[in-house]
Design a protein around this ligand. Structure first.
Ligand code: DPP
Ligand code: ZN
Length: 844
C-alpha cells in the first residue's frame, strides 16, 4: 500500500450537486441504488472521473441514462464522462451481515447501522469518498424493520419504507443509516432561532429506560453551544442511536449520531460515575461537531485535528462548566500524559497535522485529538477569551459550508486579533513533547527564571525549532501569600529569561499553572518546596501537580534506591486528605498514586531502564505506607463521605463517592478487606459495586465477589465488560497472563465485539507488570489476539497494537521478546493495511 501525502492534495475534478440513495436492506444481499448529479469543478485541473469503491458488486451503471461499463479495481472505478454536468447512476450489492470490520454498512444484534468515517462510505456505493466533496443527500430505505433512520429531516414514511432528506451539504463520511427494532426516549428543544427540534435517543427494547441521561446531556449541550458559541441546531430532528458493536466511541453523522452503547446507556445500578461523565462528555462532543465538523468540515484527512482538536476543546469547556473546572483540568492532563505524551515519546509520534499516512484510521490518535485540543487552549490563552470569541465568530461566518484547513483556522485568528501565528503554527507540524528546563536566581530583589526549551527528535524529524509556549506563572512568598498572581510568559526562543523585580525575598515559583502548555517541565526542586506548593498554591492544578510530582519522586526513589517513602510526602498527603475546605473529588485525585506506566516513563526519561516488577512492588509498598500513615483518617472519611439519599450522577456526589472509595482502598490494606466485602455486599449503585470489587481484586479475596457479580450481571454486556476488564487490569503480575488467558477462554468472551475485546486485551495491556512479563508471554498473548482480530476487524486490531508503543524503553530481554512478537505479526500473510502500517512504525 502506498502512503498518501499532504503535499499531494488536489481538488476532485467534479462537484456533486445532489445525491439520491435507495437502500433495499437484506442481511447478505442489500441493494444500493445511487443517483448522483456531477458537474465539472472549475477549481480543478484533473478531470479524471474516479469513484472510490471497495467490496462492492456492481450490478449496473449508467451516465445520463445510458449504460456504461466502468473499469473496476479493488480501490474503485473509472469511466469516461461528458465535459458538461451529468447524472451518474449505479446499483451495487453488499452483504452487511458479513461485514465484521464494522466499517460501511453492517449489522449488530439484528439491526443495520453504518460507520463511514473516515473511508467507510466507499463500502456502500461508488463515490468520491473524500471530505472536500460535499452534497445534499436524499435517502430512501426499504426494510421490514420498524425504525428506519437516515440523516436530515424525515420526508415521508410507510410500512416498510422511509425517506429522509438532508438539505445541508455534507461529505460522505457523515452519511448514516440505521434500521432496527428500536425504542426512543424523546423530548423537544426550541432553539434560540425558534426552531422546534424533536430529540430521540434510540435503543434496543431491552435497554429501554437507560437513555435519560444521554437525552438530558444532549439538551444541556444544545443550550450550552447556543450560549457560549452562539451556535444553534439546524434540522427538525436530532437522532441518537446506541449500537453494541462499534469501533469507536461515537460518530457525529449529520442529524443522526451513532454511538457505542457504552456511551449512551446508563442507570445507577449499571453505570459508574465515570460512565455518566463520559456519556455527558461524548454526547456533547458529537453534538458540538454539528458546527465544528459537519457545517465546517476538513478539506482532507490531514486536517483531522481541525475538527477533532477543536471539538475536544469545546467538550472540555462544556464538562468544566457542568462540573468542577479544576478537577476536569487535572483529569484531562492525566489522560494527556498517559496517552499523548507516551505516544509523542515513542515510535508512533506524529505531528498534530501528520504529513503522510498509509491508513487514516491509524491517525485517530491522542495527538490529533488531545494535543490538538491543547494547542487550541494555548491559542485561547495567547489571544485572550475575547480574541478567541472574535476569531471563532469569523471562522463560522467565513467558512460555513466549506471543507477547511489548519491554515484557514489560523488565518481567522490572525485577522481577528492581529497576531502573527507563523511560529505558533509549529505546534501543528512538529511532533514530540517540548521539554522546558527551568533554573533560577535571586539577587537584590530581582528574581530571574532562566528558561530553555528543547523538543527531542521523533520519527522523521531530527531537528526541531523553538515553539511558542505560554507559560503561566505565579509567585508565592514563603508564608504562602501570592506575591505575583498568574502571569503568562511567552516563551518563543530556545533560551529566554523572565525577570521579576522588586521582591522582598526569594519567592517560590508556581510554574505552568493550569498546565498552560503541553510540555514537560524540568526543574530540580526540593521535596519541601513541592510540599509547600501542595499546601499553599492558589492554582488548583498546580496544587495537585505539586503533590503528584512529589509522589513521583518518592516512588522513583523507592524503585531505584529501595528507599522508604519520604515522611514529608506522607504528612503532606495527610494534610490534603483531612482538609475539609478542599473538594472531595480533588482530595480523591490527590490520594491516587502515579500509575506504573507513568513511573516507567519517568524512569526512562532519566536514562534508567524501568523494571516493571520493581515499579509494581514499590507502588504496592507506597500504598501500604500511605494506608498506615493515614490510618487515623480513613474510618472518619469513610463515614463522612457517605452519600445518603437516591443516587445522583452529579459532580458533588461523585466526588464524595470517589473519596470514600479511595479511603476504602487504603483501609483494605489494614483490615484484610473486611470493609470492602461489606461495601460490595451493600452497594446499591455500580460505582460502589465496581469500586469495592476493584479494591478486592487489588488486595486479594475477590473470588466470591466476582462470582456473585457475574451471576447478577451475566445478562448485561456493558456491565460484564467491566467484570472482564478489571480482572485483566488488576491481576497480580505473576498471575496476569494466566488470568487473561482464562478470560479469553470464557464462553462470554465474544471477542468480535470491540468493547469486549478492548476490555480483556486492552485491560491486560494496561496491566504494565503483567503485559511486560519477563518471559514474553504477555507480548505473545496480545500478539496472538491482534493477529486473530486483524483478520476480522483491522481497525480495532490496529488501534490495540499501541500496547506495544513503549517496548523500546525496556531491557534487552524484554525488547527482544516484544520485537519478536511484533515481527511475528508483521510476517502474517494477508495482514491488513491498518495493522501493516502500525507494526512497521512500531518496529522502525
Ligand atoms: N469523529 C468521531 C469523533 O471523534 C470519531 N470518528 O467524534
Ligand atoms: Zn470527534
Amino acid at each position: 500500500p502506498q502512503p498518501v501525502f499532504l503535499k499531494d492534495y488536489t481538488p476532485f475534478g467534479f462537484l456533486v450537486d445532489q445525491v439520491e440513495l435507495n437502500f433495499h436492506l437484506q442481511p447478505t444481499a442489500t441493494r444500493v441504488r445511487a443517483k448522483i448529479a456531477f458537474r465539472p469543478n472549475p477549481a480543478a485541473r484533473d478531470r479524471r472521473f474516479f469513484l472510490h469503491g471497495e467490496d462492492l458488486t456492481l450490478i449496473s451503471a449508467a451516465i445520463d441514462g445510458s449504460p456504461v461499463t466502468p473499469e473496476i479495481t479493488p480501490e474503485g472505478l473509472s469511466c469516461p464522462v461528458p465535459e458538461a454536468p451529468f447524472v451518474w447512476e449505479a446499483e451495487v450489492e453488499i452483504a452487511p451481515a458479513e461485514n465484521t470490520a464494522l466499517e460501511g454498512l453492517y449489522m449488530s444484534n439484528g439491526m443495520y447501522c453504518t460507520q463511514c468515517e473516515a473511508e467507510g462510505f466507499r463500502k456502500i456505493t461508488f463515490y468520491p469518498d473524500r471530505p472536500d466533496v460535499m452534497a445534499p443527500f436524499r435517502v430512501r430505505v426499504d426494510c421490514d424493520l420498524p425504525v428506519l433512520l437516515s440523516n436530515g429531516n424525515p420526508v415521508a414514511q410507510g410500512a416498510g419504507w422511509a425517506e429522509w432528506n438532508d438539505p445541508w451539504p455534507k461529505p460522505s463520511y457523515l452519511f448514516a443509516l440505521v434500521a432496527g427494532e428500536l425504542v426512543a426516549t424523546s423530548d423537544r428543544f426550541t432553539t434560540s432561532e425558534g426552531r422546534e427540534v424533536a430529540l430521540n435517543v434510540w435503543v434496543r427494547p431491552a435497554d429501554q429506560g437507560k437513555a435519560d441521561y444521554a437525552l438530558d446531556s444532549l439538551i444541556r449541550s444544545m443550550k450550552w453551544d447556543e450560549e457560549v458559541y452562539g451556535r444553534a441546531y439546524d434540522l427538525d430532528v436530532f437522532n441518537i442511536v446506541a449500537v453494541d458493536d462499534f469501533n469507536m466511541g461515537a460518530m457525529e453523522n449529520k442529524g443522526l449520531n451513532v454511538f457505542n452503547s457504552r456511551y449512551v446507556l446508563a442507570s445507577p445500578e449499571t453505570a459508574t460515575d465515570r460512565d455518566y461523565e463520559n456519556i455527558e462528555r461524548i454526547i456533547a462532543h458529537e453534538y458540538f461537531h454539528n458546527w465544528t465538523g459537519d457545517r465546517i468540515t476538513c478539506r482532507d484527512w490531514f486536517q483531522l485535528s481541525l475538527k477533532e482538536g477543536l471539538t475536544v476543546f469545546r467538550d472540555s469547556q462544556f464538562s468544566a462548566d457542568m462540573r468542577s473546572a479544576a478537577v476536569k483540568r487535572i483529569e484531562d492532563v492525566m489522560t494527556l500524559r498517559a496517552r499523548q505524551f507516551r505516544e509523542d515519546n515513542g515510535p508512533l509520534a506524529h505531528p498534530v497535522r501528520p504529513e503522510s499516512y498509509t491508513e487514516i484510521n491509524n491517525f485517530y490518535t491522542a495527538t490529533v485529538y488531545e494535543k490538538g485540543a491543547e494547542v487550541i487552549g494555548m491559542l485561547r490563552r495567547l489571544v485572550g477569551p475575547e480574541g478567541y470569541a472574535r476569531a471563532l465568530d469569523l471562522y463560522f461566518a467565513r467558512h460555513d459550508g466549506q471543507a477547511c484547513t489548519i491554515e484557514d483556522w489560523l488565518q481567522v485568528f490572525e485577522e481577528a486579533t492581529g497576531r502573527d501565528l507563523t511560529q505558533f503554527k509549529r505546534w501543528y507540524s512538529q511532533a514530540g513533547t517540548p521539554r522546558v528546563k527551568v533554573t533560577e536566581d535571586f539577587r537584590d530583589g530581582t528574581y530571574t527564571l532562566h528558561l530553555e526549551q528543547k523538543t527531542p527528535p521523533t520519527p522523521g524529524q531530527d531537528e526541531k525549532q523553538p515553539q511558542v509556549i505560554p507559560l503561566a506563572v505565579g509567585l508565592l512568598s514563603s508564608n504562602g501569600d501570592e506575591v505575583l498572581p498568574t502571569t503568562v510568559i511567552e516563551l518563543t526562543e530556545a533560551r529566554q529569561d523572565a525577570v521579576f523585580e522588586g521582591l522582598a525575598a526569594k519567592p517560590v515559583p508556581s510554574l505552568l499553572r493550569g498546565f498552560s502548555a503541553p510540555v514537560i517541565l524540568e526543574r530540580d526542586s526540593a521535596p519541601e518546596e513541592r510540599a509547600f506548593l501542595l499546601a499553599h498554591d492558589t492554582d488548583p492544578f498546580n496544587k495537585w501537580e505539586a503533590g503528584r510530582s512529589l509522589a513521583r519522586e518518592v516512588l522513583i526513589a523507592m524503585v531505584t534506591e529501595e528507599a522508604a517513602p519520604a515522611p514529608a510526602w506522607l504528612d503532606a498527603l495527610a494534610a490534603v486528605a483531612r482538609d475539609e475546605a478542599l473538594d472531595p473529588a480533588f482530595r480523591a485525585l490527590a490520594l491516587r498514586l502515579p500509575g506504573e506506566d507513568e513511573l516507567a516513563e519517568a524512569l526512562a526519561e532519566r536514562g534508567t531502564v524501568p523494571d516493571p516488577l520493581a515499579i509494581h512492588a514499590a507502588r504496592e509498598r507506597a500504598k501500604t505506607a500511605v494506608a498506615r500513615h493515614l490510618d487515623p483518617l480513613w474510618a472518619g472519611l469513610y463515614a463522612q463521605m457517605d452519600c445518603p439519599g437516591p443516587y445522583s450522577p452529579g459532580a458533588a456526589d461523585a466526588g464524595r463517592r470517589a473519596l470514600r472509595l479511595a479511603a476504602l482502598g487504603y483501609m483494605a490494606r489494614l483490615d484484610g478487606g473486611a470493609r470492602a466485602q461489606a461495601h460490595f455486599a451493600a452497594a446499591d449503585n455500580m460505582t460502589d459495586e465496581i469500586g469495592a470489587l476493584s479494591v478486592l481484586l487489588e488486595t486479594g479475596g475477590a473470588d466470591e465477589a466476582l462470582d456473585r457479580f457475574a451471576r447478577r450481571w451475566g445478562h448485561d454486556r456493558l456491565v460484564m465488560d467491566k467484570w472482564f476488564g478489571l480482572q485483566a487490569t488488576l491481576a497480580a503480575p505473576e498471575r496476569a497472563v494466566a488470568v487473561t488467558r482464562a478470560l479469553t477462554e470464557h464462553p462470554e468472551f465474544t471477542w468480535k465485539n470491540p468493547n469486549r475485546f478492548r476490555a480483556v486485551i486492552g485491560g491486560f495491556s494496561a496491566n504494565a507488570a503483567g503485559f511486560h512479563d519477563a518471559s514474553g508471554a504477555g507480548y505473545d498473548l496480545v500478539a496472538d489476539w491482534l493477529i486473530r482480530l486483524d483478520a476480522v476487524n483491522p481497525q480495532t486490531a490496529a488501534r490495540m497494537s499501541t500496547a506495544f508503543e513503549t517496548w523500546a524503553r525496556y531491557d534487552a530481554g524484554r525488547r527482544e521478546k516484544a520485537q519478536a512478537a511484533l515481527e511475528r505479526i508483521a510476517a502474517r500473510e494477508g495482514l491488513s493495511r491498518d495493522m501493516g502500517e502500525m507494526v512497521d512504525r512500531l518496529l522502525a
